[in-house]
Design a protein around this ligand. Structure first.
Ligand SMILES: CC(C)(COP(=O)(O)OP(=O)(O)OC[C@H]1O[C@@H](n2cnc3c(N)ncnc32)[C@H](O)[C@@H]1OP(=O)(O)O)[C@@H](O)C(=O)NCCC(=O)NCCS
Length: 376
């Protein structure tokens, strides 16, 4: 690398943005000026989506119209041919692969396909945000050999998703916890998947292409895939009594522990605290606090030994597991929320665009002469 660069674009400012602010030293996360802690207490995911897309909180009427659009069956429903495609996929297909493929298929059926105007991108963003939960839930049903559940306009995004997974009306605590999880994951500045979305959008490509790029980036275990890996760790540890020895051995073996550390936060990720509390409450409701106890012990040892703090992915999976959600659906659930931020960033990028095209610090030779194959 040249000069002072640390690799991975660390600390590199790529452009201005008015969507999300992170203070990594204070542990603050702010959407459009509003502290996420206050939004968690007082807002809803639907309202946060409006905030991210339009730049400020909606009036009562604007919120009602926006919520109607996000919850309407017309916007939530999947094209029947997409359900046919889901049925044709091998049942072992990873849910993130299904999500990426599904978003590509949704592009083909979208009535605004090919129109990249701000109005059309907003309409497509409404549909994508409404359709993603249906797609994730439909795959869960199809892979279990069950028929997908028709979305219900009676329930908001969180409640309807849980309803479509099981076919049963979820508890109020599950809906509240899921909604808070959605708020906490909705945006996070220029993280890897959002940056991938912006790079794609900056070629003046369409929002479905940008979201497909983002889903690919989110999948990796250093990003959204970490929440699944945390649960795999909990499954390996098995009981709270085994946690301390297990994590000490992992650290001695120089393992990278999922759910810890962050490129931007130097203190605890403000999202982790809420998710820990909610995972604990849900665990108590279903009579199983083992996962949270295991994670608390892991967090105590990792913080003391490595000075690494929990991030958003440490406790989210424990909360979802208490709702009966399978581990490989945790990252798709992250996407159900982050699509709000991704689409906000696509609209911001399109609104003031310049192609994103950095340079490489080339380290190879530059003047080799071609040698024919029989002389190499
Ligand atoms: C998020 C993450 C990728 C940020 O990484 P980064 O800014 O590139 O930092 P680096 O990977 O260069 O790590 C810096 C140092 O901290 C250590 N470190 C960082 N995160 C660690 C973790 N989770 N477990 C163990 N060590 C970790 C690295 O080994 C490295 O140590 P070294 O300098 O002795 O080699 C990293 O913290 C990580 O891999 N965390 C686990 C995955 C995760 O939870 N991702 C979700 C993020 S929200």
């Amino acid at each position: 690398m040249s000069g002072e660069q640390k690799g991975g674009l660390e600390d590199v400012v790529v452009s201005t943005s008015g969507i999300c602010f992170i203070d990594g030293n204070e542990g603050r996360l702010v959407y459009r000026g509003y502290d996420v802690n206050e939004l968690v207490e007082r807002s809803s995911f639907e309202e946060v989506v409006f905030l991210l897309w339009h730049g400020d909180l909606p009036s009562r009427n604007a919120l009602a119209a926006h919520t109607r659009a996000l919850t309407s069956t017309a916007n939530r429903r999947l094209p029947p041919k997409l359900i046919d495609i889901l049925r044709a996929l091998p049942r072992r297909t990873a849910p993130m692969d299904v999500l990426r493929t599904g978003v590509s298929v949704l592009a083909a059926f979208d009535p605004d396909g090919g129109d990249n105007s701000r109005d059309a991108t907003l309409r497509k963003s409404i549909r994508l945000t409404a359709q993603l939960p249906t797609l994730v839930a439909a795959w869960e049903r199809v892979r279990r050999g069950r028929p997908p559940v028709t979305p219900t306009p009676r329930l908001g995004l969180a409640g309807n998703f849980l309803y479509m997974l099981s076919g049963k009306t979820p508890t109020a605590l599950a809906v509240k916890t899921f909604d808070v999880g959605l708020i906490l994951h909705a945006d996070h500045e220029f993280n890897a998947s959002t940056f991938a979305a912006r790079v794609t959008a900056a070629t003046m490509s369409d929002v479905h292409s940008a979201i497909t790029s983002a889903i690919g980036a989110l999948r990796g275990p250093l990003h959204g895939g970490a929440n699944e890996q945390v649960m795999r760790m909990v499954e390996q540890i098995r009981t709270p009594e085994r946690a301390e020895d297990w994590i000490r051995k992992a650290l001695a073996d120089k393992a990278r522990v999922m759910g810890f550390g962050h490129r931007v936060y130097r203190v605890e990720d403000p999202r982790a605290r809420h998710l820990r509390r909610l995972a604990g409450e849900l665990g108590r409701q279903v009579g199983d606090t083992g996962a949270v106890e295991i994670l608390d012990t892991v967090a105590r040892v990792v913080s003391a030994d490595k000075h690494l703090h929990p991030n958003v992915d440490l406790y989210s999976g424990a909360a979802y597991a208490s709702m009966g959600i399978p581990t490989d659906q945790f990252t798709p659930i992250f996407a159900i929320s982050r699509v709000a931020g991704w689409t906000a960033h696509v609209m911001e990028q399109h609104g003031n665009n310049r192609l994103i095209r950095p340079r490489a610090d080339y380290t190879g030779p530059t003047r080799l002469s071609y040698v024919p194959a029989d002389r190499r």
